[in-house]
Design a protein around this ligand. Sequence first.
Ligand SMILES: Nc1ncnc2c1ncn2[C@@H]1O[C@H](COP(=O)(O)OP(=O)(O)O)[C@@H](O)[C@H]1O
Ligand SMILES: CC(=O)OP(=O)(O)O
Ligand SMILES: [Mg+2]
Length: 416
Amino acid sequence: MSTSLVVNAGSTSHKLALLELTGEERLPCLWQTRIDWGGAQVGGLLRWRWGDDPWQHDTLSLDHGRRDALAGWLAGTLPTLMERFPITAVGHRIVHGGERFQESQWIGQGQLAALRSLIPLAPLHNKPALDTVELLLNLCPHIPHAGVFDTAFHHTIPEAAITYGLPMAWRQQGIRRYGFHGISHNHMARSMAAATANQDLRLVSLHLGGGCSACAVRGLRCQDTSMGFTPLEGLIMGSRCGSVDPAILLHQLRHGWDLDSLETVLQHQSGLAGLSGISEDMRQVRQAATQGHAQAQLALDVFFTALIRAVGSAVAVLQGVDVVALSGGIGEHDQTLQQDLLAHLHWLGVRPARQAPQPPGGHRWRLSGAGPVEVWVVQADEEGAIAQEVARLLENRPPDNPSPGHRITGKPNRTT
Ligand SMILES: Nc1ncnc2c1ncn2[C@@H]1O[C@H](COP(=O)(O)OP(=O)(O)O)[C@@H](O)[C@H]1O
Ligand SMILES: CC(=O)OP(=O)(O)O
Ligand SMILES: [Mg+2]
């Protein structure tokens, strides 16, 4: 049996899964865990299960911070996991790959410094991801580790769309649009191409989770995206501001704000959290709006306005659209947002569904009626997509410096 342990460090959660590398479109999941860091007062909320067994729940103490909580839990969990299943390789989601890491690759201690230098460009993501890479490199040094990058999918965006209107000297420092959530957008594009049997599909994909981004994809190639040099640009997010006039920062700097306080506001105290004054969690904002909380309602309206602007922009880039697809915690579950979007896109030719969308049974389903432009939900499967990349790496290229005792021979590692 060949397997991949996958780690997806998002801004609000850590998702881990052990997937069997069978070559199927959906890889069998042998074990999975989700840690939600949001409830910091009570601790990290942990859910885990074997295969399709019922979820089990636990809490991680955050007395010594997230990194230590994760380290203690991993040290206790890995031996149990490895007793039951072999781990052939580990795949890590790394959000920012910068100029250097343009595709999935094996990583080890030798790459850590270069990867760590990118932390300031994605502090909410690269930091926890690389902390986990380090922990797992120490806990399983004889297993190959792969980095799978959110930025990789966006390297097909035309130069004009990744270039900011900035002087050459800045652009030569690597300041340009990179784009993120690429693992998810790529998965959505492949999933929708399969669902519609159209390899030249014009897709607007919307990943709406802790972070939110829109992407214009044609024929599986990314043409444009809303996130930029960092995952702060674009749509309104849970706690991130999305696009703002950069002169606002100059204004605040002139009025005594320093770098760290500005970063805290833009990354942690803006978006739904800053607008509503309630929470970065969409469920809580929606609930408050339903109860008449005016700022919560404003947060929802600002979020939605940014979203439809981004859809319009992506449709213009693609010169039309066949499918608008939603994914991520908000995209998959927020039925009010789904219905508002359907209603708003009638001008595009989106038809209402004849009957209420059936409860999601599969991993993708159509929200709109059938027609020239359809709206779909695709369940995010970053873990599955990362495991597929690991399988591809195992098939094509063994790790550069297999550790002593490592059994990779150029074919998927069969440790049983
Ligand atoms: N039923 C729901 N309705 C609305 N929003 C939801 C629902 N379930 C989850 N969400 C939202 O999804 C977001 C988290 O998305 P997710 O993709 O799981 O996180 P991450 O980006 O950390 O991977 C939160 O804002 C959460 O409120
Ligand atoms: C890039 C990004 O914002 O990721 P997430 O939504 O997982 O926080
Ligand atoms: Mg996410």
